[in-house]
Design a protein around this ligand. Structure first.
Ligand SMILES: CC(=O)SCCNC(=O)CCNC(=O)[C@H](O)C(C)(C)COP(=O)(O)OP(=O)(O)OC[C@H]1O[C@@H](n2cnc3c(N)ncnc32)[C@H](O)[C@@H]1OP(=O)(O)O
Ligand SMILES: CC(=O)C(=O)O
Length: 540
């Protein structure tokens, strides 16, 4: 059977006829939420959907309404969102065996979601259909055809061909038959899924071409949905696009089942900035990609991936002295794009691998001028301290203070006379564990003495330090400690292990990192706390 109607679900249009628009289909809220450790609240999902629409994502798959009440509620509440031209999709699977499509609760849930589009997943691989569903091959074709046909009466249908590439390799004729069943029943997009993420780019190219040939008599568009089990999801998605796919499905930051889905950030950036014959997101600037990536990490309560291409904190961070030397003269020697294009920024790191160029690159902020001798002294101090276990890459506030110390501009705001911490465990019937700190400091000629309790010794020290100082420096009440990391490190001397403590502090406007190193965890913490307070006071 041949369909001659044009797809109703439009591919995006291009302002430049020489560039082919590629539709971006985001499944962060469905396949992304299948990633280990990811659980979005209803409000998280609504917020993410809005952000995706703001940057011009063409399709947002909001969830699986058969699966849970939260996804049902999402589709109800999403009706109140202004998503502009973004099409919201509800996801589901073909009808169950031995059930009519109209009686299947999954179908009913899809229709009830009232989205402009529905995405229906069906089985391509003969082995999966017979061994897992227990369906005959004809039965599986009927499940696909009848489900799509029923849904297409109500909605525009995208068909996700699960295991398309494995299925094609096992039984090419049958894999093509499943796509033809979906197309004949009215699916407007056929999305080839590399569900197990095990396919190679050259296989994607060849099998995508075969799929187009097998469906040449249908007026349908093709999409690609790749998983990242071989770290090839981006390469595979781009290969499918080169082979004619007009839609890429994936998730922000590549979150998803097992090793994740393709990272749409990388797909969008590569298609928009590198492959000049394609256009994405209506040719908008891609400057909000970094912010979007971090927003999704924060919402999912996941750690950022520093080395994530394009948007990671380290994506344009330069550490090696020779790299920084070159970057200062010609940035493109070590940057494949201008970081600003994706909303990211260049960072120059300071470490034992630095040359004078690293120091020069950040010296402007400290008005060091062209004092090469001073820069050599700063570099020597960095190398000396890193030999002891310090690491200034993320402790930029401690590095600022180091520059001040070496250049004679450091004026201590207080002097530590002594501190003492007592921590232990009382009789458990009597409040359990406790920690108390006693702090004695000198500000000018005045002695300040205070004590504080905390949840653990570092918290008590932090509270005691700021309590002792707020009489002299009331602005310290604005600071809070937001992260505390401890690591055992070997000093270069190799004599004994040291403890490295990194602290991140904020005053609500700025966040800064400090460091302390000692063979005593309390002393290392104290150094990092003192630097945090001194940094704040030196800013004013
Ligand atoms: C490749 C993908 O990522 S597809 C999306 C996968 N996502 C998820 O699984 C997350 C959401 N899933 C869920 O909430 C649940 O699995 C539900 C509600 C869909 C189904 O739950 P249950 O009915 O308890 O079944 P369960 O999850 O144990 O097994 C899946 C059932 O669906 C059937 N099934 C699987 N795929 C299909 C399909 N394409 N068409 C029809 N039936 C299918 C299986 O045969 C099995 O039914 P059976 O037990 O009668 O054999
Ligand atoms: C549909 C889908 O999520 C997959 O095949 O991976």
């Amino acid at each position: 059977m041949t369909s001659s109607a044009s797809p109703n679900v439009p591919a995006p249009t291009s302002s430049d006829a020489s560039r082919t628009p590629i539709a971006i289909y985001d499944t962060t809220l469905r396949d992304g939420s299948q990633g280990e450790g990811v659980s979005f609240s209803l409000q998280d999902k609504l917020n993410i959907a809005e952000r995706l629409a703001e940057i011009g994502i063409d399709f947002v798959e909001g969830g699986y309404p058969l699966s849970n009440e939260k996804d049902v509620a999402f589709f109800q509440q999403a009706r109140n969102l202004d998503l502009g031209n973004t099409q919201l999709c509800a996801f589901g699977m073909t009808r169950r065996r031995r059930m009519k499509a109209e009686d299947d609760p999954g179908m009913q849930a899809l229709v009830a979601a009232e989205t402009p589009c529905c995405t229906m997943v069906g089985k391509t691989w003969d082995y999966h259909a017979t061994e897992v569903l227990g369906a005959t091959l004809d039965e599986n074709l009927a499940m696909i055809g009848e489900s799509v046909e029923y849904l297409a009466r109500h909605r525009q249908v995208l068909y996700d061909a699960e295991h398309f590439f494995d299925g094609y390799k096992a039984n090419p004729a049958y894999a093509i038959e499943t796509l033809r069943a979906a197309a004949a029943a009215g699916a407007q997009w056929l999305v080839m899924c590399d569900t197990n993420g095990g396919t190679l780019p050259e296989e994607i190219t060849a099998i995508s071409a075969a799929a187009r040939e097998g469906l040449a008599d249908f007026n349908v568009e093709f999409g690609i949905h790749c998983h990242n089990d071989c770290e090839l999801a981006v390469a595979n998605s781009l290969a499918a696009v080169d082979a004619g796919a007009l839609q890429v499905q994936g998730t922000i930051n590549g979150i998803g089942e097992r090793c994740g889905n393709v990272d749409l950030i990388a797909v969008i950036a590569n298609l928009g900035l590198k492959k000049k014959n394609y256009e994405v997101l209506g040719d908008r600037p891609l400057t909000s990609l970094t912010e979007l990536s971090r927003f999704v990490y924060e919402t999912a309560n996941l750690q950022w991936r520093g080395g994530q291409p394009f948007v990671g904190q380290s994506a344009f961070a330069h550490k090696g002295g020779m790299h920084v030397h070159a970057i200062n003269k010609a940035a493109k020697t070590y940057e494949h794009i201008d970081p600003v294009l994706v909303g990211n920024e260049r960072r120059i790191l300071v470490s034992e691998l630095s040359g004078r160029s690293n120091i020069e690159a950040i010296a402007g902020k400290h008005n060091l001028g062209d004092d090469k001798e001073l820069m050599n002294q700063i570099l020597a101090e960095v190398v000396r301290l890193e030999n002891q276990g310090f690491q200034f890459e993320s402790a930029t506030a401690s590095f600022d203070l180091l520059i001040k110390r070496v250049s004679g501009k450091f004026e201590p705001h207080f002097e530590t006379i002594k501190y003492r911490v007592v921590a232990g465990n009382r009789d458990v019937t009597h409040d359990g564990s406790f920690a108390e700190a006693i702090i004695k400091l000198k500000v000018g000629d005045t002695l300040w003495f205070d004590a504080a309790e905390g949840h653990g010794p570092v918290n008590a020290l932090d509270a005691g330090l700021r309590k002792a100082l707020t009489g002299a420096y009331p602005q310290l009440s604005e600071i809070s400690l937001i992260d505390y990391k401890v690591r055992v490190v070997d000093s270069a001397a190799g004599t004994a292990a040291s403890i490295r403590v990194n602290i991140e502090s904020t005053d609500g406007k700025e966040t800064w990192g400090t460091i302390g190193v000692s063979d005593n965890i309390i002393e290392a913490s104290w150094q990092a706390l003192v630097d945090s307070v001194e940094y704040k006071l030196h800013q004013e």
